[in-house]
Design a protein around this ligand. Structure first.
Ligand SMILES: C[S@@+](CC[C@H](N)C(=O)[O-])C[C@H]1O[C@@H](n2cnc3c(N)ncnc32)[C@H](O)[C@@H]1O
Length: 355
């Protein structure tokens, strides 16, 4: 039973002041919606539907689901705008929306389901320990019990290596396409993408700007997979996959050095080492570009950037996301002279420092 004082407080003051608890309730339950989408990807629902349409009964059978949840699950996906439905009830037929058909059907060449797959299989569980991360400052992922570093743990078998790299594609494909449009590459001849994963940046920017040559630099286990994607794109003549360790080796020299979601993986000391290495690998006038979910300088607006920084706490402990002002300060220390921020998709920006 409620304490009488609590009832009075709610009724008399809050409601009179037109306070609305909706935002609290929406965020408190946001994981329900998230988990519905992630589970749809886990079940491969959007690939099973493909370009076709199915009734709830047929779709449920195709996915091996118990009838109890099918209408609630599929109609929740309709209400959340991840499925369309023609008609109602047993006759109603479900189909992908243009977005889920393009991005979450495994047969589509623009599939980005690797990201929801990783959010579901790894991060959903790890975020359950956010409180523990906040109290200890320690990572809550595969490295929680010590031993290997994150990348050693993820790259210790082919399945988790492939899954992680596919997830990165989901995060960045649209941002690299925006970078190709918005940054003036015309005055440069070469680009080294550091931590280039599957050479996605090189493939996207290289397709848009045919005059550029690329190095895509990453750890040795990544090399064969990057190579495979470069060959599939027919870009062997333009993109060289180079294996190395950016803390032990020199960065391959180029007119432009890019780092997509690299600096946020490390603590301040290592961020500064990487910035210094980028500076050393550039000629006078060269550009260093960090593509990240740059937090606004007042740290009030970019909720996604701030949540990403908490994700870095979960993944690495002392790693963190940062503001444009932070980037400028660290790059000035390394000797860079001029700066700009180019906004890409949603919460992501390109922070640019010119030598
Ligand atoms: C968060 S992912 C970002 C991938 C890609 N740049 C993007 O924007 O999606 C970090 C990348 O850094 C690479 N990496 C981690 N440690 C490295 C090291 N010591 N040397 C070279 N690459 C490293 C990882 O293999 C991975 O591809």
């Amino acid at each position: 039973m409620n304490h009488p004082a609590e009832v009075d407080t709610f009724k008399d003051s809050d409601m009179k002041d037109h306070l609305d608890p909706g935002h609290i309730m929406q965020t408190a339950t946001a994981f329900w919606a998230s988990k519905v989408l992630l589970t749809a990807v886990e079940l491969d629902l959007f690939t099973v539907l493909g370009d076709g349409e199915m009734t709830a009964s047929n779709l449920g059978k195709a996915l091996g689901l118990h009838p109890r949840g099918t209408y609630d699950f599929f109609d929740a996906l309709v209400a959340l705008k991840f499925l369309d439905r023609d008609g109602n009830g047993p006759e109603g037929s479900y189909k992908c929306t243009p977005q889920t058909a393009a991005f979450l059907n495994k047969k589509s060449h623009t599939y980005i389901g690797g990201l929801p797959e990783m959010l579901n299989s790894r991060l959903f569980g790890f975020w359950n320990n956010l409180g523990s991360a906040l109290k200890t400052g320690q990572p809550q992922n595969e490295t929680r019990h010590g031993g290997k570093s994150v990348f050693e743990a993820l790259y210790s078998n082919e399945a988790s290596l492939g899954a992680f790299l596919d997830a990165m594609t989901g995060f960045q494909a649209a941002n690299f396409a925006q970078l190709a449009e918005k940054f003036d590459f015309s005055k440069y001849k070469s680009v080294s993408d550091i931590g280039g994963a599957l050479a996605l940046l090189s493939r996207i920017v290289g397709t848009r700007h045919q005059h550029l040559d690329f190095n895509s630099f990453d750890l040795p286990p990544v090399l064969p997979l990057a190579q495979k994607h470069i060959e599939a794109a027919g870009m062997e003549g333009k993109i060289k996959a180079i294996s190395g360790d950016f803390f032990k080796d020199e960065l391959p020299k180029a007119d432009v050095i890019t780092m997509g979601n690299i600096l946020h993986d490390w603590n301040l000391e290592n961020k500064k080492i990487l910035i210094r290495k980028a500076y050393d690998a550039l000629p006078e006038g060269g550009a260093f570009i960090a593509i990240e979910n740059l937090i606004d300088d007042a740290r009030r607006e970019n909720a996604f950037g701030l949540l990403m920084s908490l994700n870095m706490l979960i993944e690495f402990g002392d790693a963190f996301d940062y503001t444009g002002a932070n980037f400028r300060e660290w790059c000035s220390e390394a000797g860079f002279k001029r700066f700009e921020i180019i906004s890409l998709t949603g919460p992501t920006s390109a922070a640019v420092a010119y030598k």
